[in-house]
Design a protein around this ligand. Structure first.
Ligand SMILES: Cc1ncc(COP(=O)(O)O)c(C=O)c1O
Length: 487
């Protein structure tokens, strides 16, 4: 990649009087601005906005977009994020007028198609997970966690009004959103250690369980890319003390079509549709993090719920134990349409192949890079593999430098320094959508980097060199923020 010149800011393209679109005069007899807004609240000078023609505007943003790495342009093995390809057919379906132009305030009779889609998506998610009921409302994985914990809290409040179940147990390998969600719900997080195999340490779990335990949040497969083989035992222990077991199902793409979490003791779980069913990530949203529950938690699910009666669908809000609403309307409908499309395009066999190929691809990379990088948990992995750059760090090249060198070689970097229980972690998640040729090119780049570290570690200083923006001073970037183009 060569980026000859930095792209000027949109303000620097500005020329007085230029416009990207010309709007027709209003033909509505509307009150003037001054009649609508009190004079004291009106600005005295026009806003200092860029004035650019449409072509300059389009070129500016297209150029900027081409400087970025994206799944559509580069291999993107960002561990834990599942940056898989989003087939364009998903967008086609979501843009159909019947999907994109429906309005949640339309009468129910005119929303039957949308309701049917939501209802059958719930049925499909229930079928692949084993849960009795699903809520499609949460707008992201972390939002799903929040709802799942609200359900646990409501369940305990209902069954033990005087109880003091205020603790949520969370393994040390958990995603950062887990303790954050627990705190938001008013729980105290209590850490459970992993054993030498990367699974929940059952002795440690036993020592932390008690009448104060509301439940446990476990990610499975966990952030080490391993399926926790202690899950059934852990579920039994938690249920015995009256707690509930939450599964962070963000990594469901590794097991979809192979096993069903409700059958190994999970009471409540969220799915990350953007990770398993190929809906866009989009910088934190809009996404969708549906939640599945076993029957004893169903009464607490958010309202409204889509129900089917006498062949017709309607919204039902008459649920006395509900936690209430967690999202306006019915969730991020466009995202749900995309996930539904992906599922329908694949069919049951194709869904099973998602997890088979995600796991195969990660194990292929793990096997090929094993000799060149340290592998703290040397067992077959699920959908991602976690190396340590300890060996390279001893030569002065840390995981961060390896990540930067990858950018120069044309690959998005893997996740680094996470999970935190792996020193100098390099967390690689290839996803099921990549070809063997792409994986081979990435493997070759990683092997080349390992050789370069041996031969000339000094060359890793101040990378990247070929990107539009070089190494930033991270302290300055945080402390001397420049948010305005004219200071
Ligand atoms: C294991 C795990 N849990 C939770 C989340 C949070 O999901 P979201 O970013 O949709 O809030 C992620 C995100 O990728 C994740 O990897």
């Amino acid at each position: 990649m060569n980026y000859p010149e930095p792209e000027p800011l949109i303000f620097e393209h500005s020329k007085p009087g230029r416009m990207a679109v010309t709007l027709p005069d209003s033909d509505v007899d509307a009150p003037s601005l001054e009649e609508c807004i009190p004079a004291s609240m009106l600005r005295e000078e026009p806003a200092d906005l860029p004035e650019v023609g449409q072509l300059d505007l389009v070129r500016h943003f297209v150029r900027l977009s081409q400087m970025n790495m994206s799944v559509d342009t580069h291999f993107y093995p960002l561990g834990s994020c599942t940056m898989k390809y989003n087939p364009k057919v998903n967008d086609w379906a979501a843009a159909l007028p019947g999907m994109s132009r429906v309005h949640p305030y339309q009468p129910d009779e005119t929303l039957q198609g949308a309701f049917e889609l939501l209802y059958s998506l719930e049925e499909i998610l229930a079928a692949v997970s084993g849960f009795d009921a699903i809520s499609l409302q949460p707008a992201a994985g972390a939002h799903g966690e929040f709802l799942g914990l609200l359900l646990i809290r409501s369940y305990h409040k209902h069954h033990e009004p005087e109880g003091q179940r205020l603790e949520i147990l969370i393994p040390d390998s958990a995603h950062g959103t887990n303790p954050a969600s627990a705190a938001l719900c008013g729980f105290k997080s209590v850490q459970v250690n992993s054993n030498e195999f990367g699974f929940v340490d059952l002795d440690d779990l036993g020592s932390k369980l008690g009448p104060q335990t509301a439940g446990m949040m476990i990610t499975n497969p966990n952030t080490l890319g391993l399926f926790d083989q202690n899950i059934i035992k852990a579920a039994e222990m938690i249920h015995k003390t009256g707690g509930l077991l939450y599964m962070d199902g963000a990594n469901f793409n590794a097991i979809v079509g192979q096993c069903r979490p409700a059958e190994f003791g999970i009471d409540v779980m969220h799915f990350n549709l953007h990770k398993t069913f190929s809906t866009p990530h989009g910088g934190g949203g809009p996404g969708a993090g549906p939640v599945g529950v076993v029957s004893r938690l169903e009464p607490f699910l958010p309202i409204p719920r889509v129900v089917k009666e006498d062949g017709a669908y309607r919204l039902d809000s008459d649920r006395p134990l509900t936690v209430g609403r967690v999202r306006s309307f019915l969730g991020n409908f466009g995202i749900l349409v995309r996930a539904y499309t992906y599922i329908m395009m694949h069919g049951p066999e194709g869904i099973r192949r998602i997890s088979e190929n995600a796991v195969l691809n990660a194990n292929y990379i793990m096997a090929k890079l094993k000799g060149a990088y340290d592998l703290p948990y040397d067992v077959p992995c699920m959908h991602e593999c976690v190396f340590s750059a300890d060996r390279q760090a001893k030569k002065g090249v840390r995981a961060l430098e390896i990540a930067k060198r990858l950018l120069d070689l044309g690959f998005h970097a893997p996740t680094i320094y996470f999970p935190m229980i792996v020193h100098e972690a390099l967390m690689i998640e290839p996803t099921e959508t990549e070809s063997k040729e792409t994986l081979d090119k990435f493997i070759e780049a990683m092997l080349q980097i390992a050789r370069e570290v041996e031969e000339n570690p000094a060359a890793f200083q101040n990378l990247p060199k070929n990107m539009p923006v070089g190494r930033l001073d991270e302290v300055k970037a945080a402390r001397e923020l420049q948010l305005c183009w004219r200071v």
